[in-house]
Ligand binder design. Structure first.
Ligand SMILES: [Zn+2]
Length: 703
């Protein structure tokens, strides 16, 4: 569970996610960047401090705190044409991309003396940048597989083809991605019930659009998107030389629609108890008849696997039944279309442009594509992330930043311990269990203790299709090879060059990558108040995931175990239900509210994280009064810095997409968790009658 939305970066991920990862990461950066100092232009990364020229003095903090703290910046800021959003942290994205590009350029210069790792980085980048070679090949690299799909004769061969598409492209708890366009997705992680070993989780899949809502919703907006999607499917098939593209597109969309109908909602995906289902291999035939499971698992290389965790059992039953009930030719069209969409980095221009026209312009409202070199950086980060990350950490992560961040983490964990001890509603037994989770928490700062080994991944300088295909497959094989092995609790799930942070509940671990530990998020020279309001709230957020609606179901060893007394758990559930209800009331669009259940875990982490960061900030003062700056008290600076850290401006289509498909609330509403913190009322002089005012009894207090 991360601080900010982000998207799967593996290529078997839905095309729109890969194509738009850079756009989306700009959304990610929007979320927790801290503010510019008044003296510097908006576009430069800078040390965190409260920025007076972001503030809209015409808005009362108690009526609309987000627009009070960020309104002036929002009014004067334009979203760049190649982005779905912009934030004061966008400049750090640009800087990080540039730094990775420099590392790649150095790798290319190394020539024959280069290490195999360096050579691979240079070759992979080159294979993506060589547009002439990509055009010359056209769709040739796809042909053997398309021919194999066309030759499928029966449902047994179909089951084999479906099994061959299984990839490690979903993630239930860490990078939280529940979407795969393949029929099902695989995630290898510590077991829910046996957390000492890696086990295999299977998840629903089979649709290209981001979520079942895109198929099932009756809203006018969604109907329009479905019509445009149909046109896109048809256009891709036509460009790929298929006969009767319109008729095929209709059938493909009909089956995706039927698949979406079997899916459970994103809100339910986040319910660990609903996901905790062990199926023995033999159970699939009886619990989900319709698919030749023996053939499917054999093709996936999983025929020796005795049992699986099935995240959404009803979807498995439904999707398997659809395999039986739907004509073979329809499935073949579906397979072919999904296969064409699956390798965007290798597509020739006409198809690539068509993909962007739908997944970029229509689905996310982005007018213009990013420069090719930036997309090339993304490809290298996706396929060789740790190799390039090792170089990034060596060059760009100073040890003093690591030491200072570790000190903030220690301080915030201490704040959390005090908060737990002070809870009046919690029994001593439950408190001891909660404290035990903090005892065993592993906190990684900067980069991991080991690196992924890509030696089984072959890269060729003139083969971006093969490089994409093999990257997926190598990762899949790496994942399935470790099923049953003892877990590495210190393994990272993010690369050092990722501007994000994450809590890994099954490992009881946190990762704070090097790239987020710099201005505007964190400045070793910056004032404590701003560092606590920005990176402090990020760190507090990740620690708090340990105790959010999902994290609270895992014990100190990472097992799913109810360690609560019944009374304490009832209190926890009631408090979290009121937070969900609070977020249900926010409406970014007249026809669309936030989903308090879908965003609950993140909202709990925001609230508890801000509270812990505030305590950590007060503790860091060591009893001295906070310095007043520009007429703002320490508390005012803290809360305004926090709000400004969420400053962003998002295109409507992208915002709608986020509300429907993300477990994170949009930045504006994340800011509003201040309503639940008593100190905010005193600091900003918020009074009854103002729009955001909550009576003390209505403020949600969880941790
Ligand atoms: Zn989070």
């Amino acid at each position: 569970m991360k601080i900010v939305p982000g998207w799967r970066r593996r290529p078997f991920a839905p095309v729109w996610k890969l194509l738009l990862s850079s756009l989306v990461s700009s959304l990610a950066f929007a979320q927790n960047s801290i503010v510019a100092s008044a003296a510097k232009p908006d576009s430069m990364p800078h040390g965190p401090t409260v920025n007076l020229n972001y503030i809209d003095q015409g808005v009362r903090p108690g009526d609309d705190f987000f627009h009070y703290a960020c309104g002036a910046w929002i009014k004067r800021t334009e979203i760049p044409p190649d982005r779905s959003s912009v934030s004061p942290g966008t400049a750090l994205t640009e800087l990080t991309d540039k730094r990775v590009a420099d590392l790649i350029a150095d790798a290319a210069k190394a020539g024959p003396s280069a290490s195999p790792e360096t050579r691979k980085i240079a070759d992979l980048f080159h294979s993506f940048m060589d547009e002439a070679a990509i055009e010359a090949k056209g769709l040739k690299p796809w042909q053997p597989q398309l021919k194999a799909i066309a030759a499928i004769r029966d449902k047994q061969e179909l089951a084999r083809a479906l099994g061959e598409t299984l990839r490690a492209d979903v993630d239930g708890l860490n990078n939280t991605n529940f979407h795969t366009p393949n029929l099902f997705g695989l995630w290898v992680a510590p077991g829910f019930n046996e957390s000492e070993h890696y086990t295999v989780y299977l998840m629903q899949g089979g649709i290209q659009l981001p979520d079942r809502e895109y198929y099932l919703s009756d809203s006018a907006e969604m109907k329009m998107l479905r019509e445009k999607y149909q046109a896109h499917v048809s256009a891709m098939l036509k460009l790929a030389g298929f006969s009767e593209p319109d008729a095929r597109a209709s059938r493909i969309i009909a089956i995706e629609h039927a698949i979406a109908g079997t899916h459970i909602s994103l809100a339910d995906d986040n319910d660990i108890e609903k996901a905790n289902n062990t199926w023995k291999a033999a159970d699939f035939a009886t619990k989900a008849p319709g698919l030749d499971w023996a053939e499917y698992f054999r093709a996936a290389g999983l025929d020796k696997q005795a049992s699986f965790m099935v995240w959404q059992p009803t979807a498995f039953t439904g999707e398997a039944a659809l395999v039986a009930a739907t004509p073979l030719d329809t499935w073949k069209d579906w397979l072919a279309f999904h296969f064409i969409e699956a390798y965007p980095a290798a597509l020739p221009k006409a198809l690539s442009d068509e993909q962007f026209a739908f997944f970029g312009k229509t689905l996310r409202g982005v007018p213009q594509r990013q420069d090719r070199w930036k997309r090339g950086v993304r490809v290298v980060n996706d396929f060789l992330g740790d190799d390039v990350g090792k170089l990034y950490a060596q060059r760009y992560f100073p040890p003093e930043a690591k030491a200072q961040v570790q000190a903030i983490v220690t301080n915030l964990i201490a704040s959390f311990r005090k908060r737990i001890d002070a809870l009046t509603w919690m029994s001593p037994q439950t408190k001891a269990e909660a404290q035990a989770k903090l005892d065993t928490l592993y906190v990684g700062v900067g980069y991991g203790e080991s690196w992924h080994d890509y030696s089984n991944y072959e890269v060729k300088a003139d083969d971006i299709f093969g490089n994409s295909w093999r990257a997926d497959l190598a990762d899949y094989h790496r994942q399935i090879a470790r099923i049953g092995a003892a877990i590495d609790r210190h393994e990272w799930s993010m690369t050092p060059q990722t501007i994000n942070a994450v809590n890994l509940p099954l490992q009881n671990a946190l990762n704070f990558p090097a790239a987020i530990l710099q201005p505007p998020y964190f400045d070793p020279q910056g004032p404590a108040v701003a560092n606590y309001g920005s990176i402090g709230a990020v760190i507090g957020h990740e620690i708090s995931h340990t105790f959010d609606s999902e994290g609270a179901l895992f014990d100190s060893k990472g097992r799913v175990r109810n360690w609560w007394t019944p009374e304490d758990f009832a209190h926890f559930e009631a408090a979290t239900a009121s937070l969900a209800a609070q977020y249900d009331t926010y409406k970014p669009f007249p026809d669309l509210s936030l989903n308090g259940k879908q965003t609950l875990g993140e909202n709990i982490a925001d609230l508890a994280g801000l509270a812990a960061a505030y305590d950590g900030y007060i503790a860091s003062l060591g009893g001295k009064p906070a310095p007043v700056e520009n007429g703002l008290s320490g508390d005012q600076q803290f809360f305004i810095a926090f709000a400004q850290s969420w400053a962003d401006k998002v295109r409507d289509a992208a915002l709608r997409n986020q509300v429907l498909t993300d477990v994170h609330s949009p930045g504006e509403y994340r800011t509003l968790t201040v309503r639940n913190i008593d100190a905010w009322y005193a600091a900003l002089d918020v009074k009854p009658g103002e729009k955001l005012y909550l009576a003390p009894s209505e403020r949600v207090r969880i941790w």
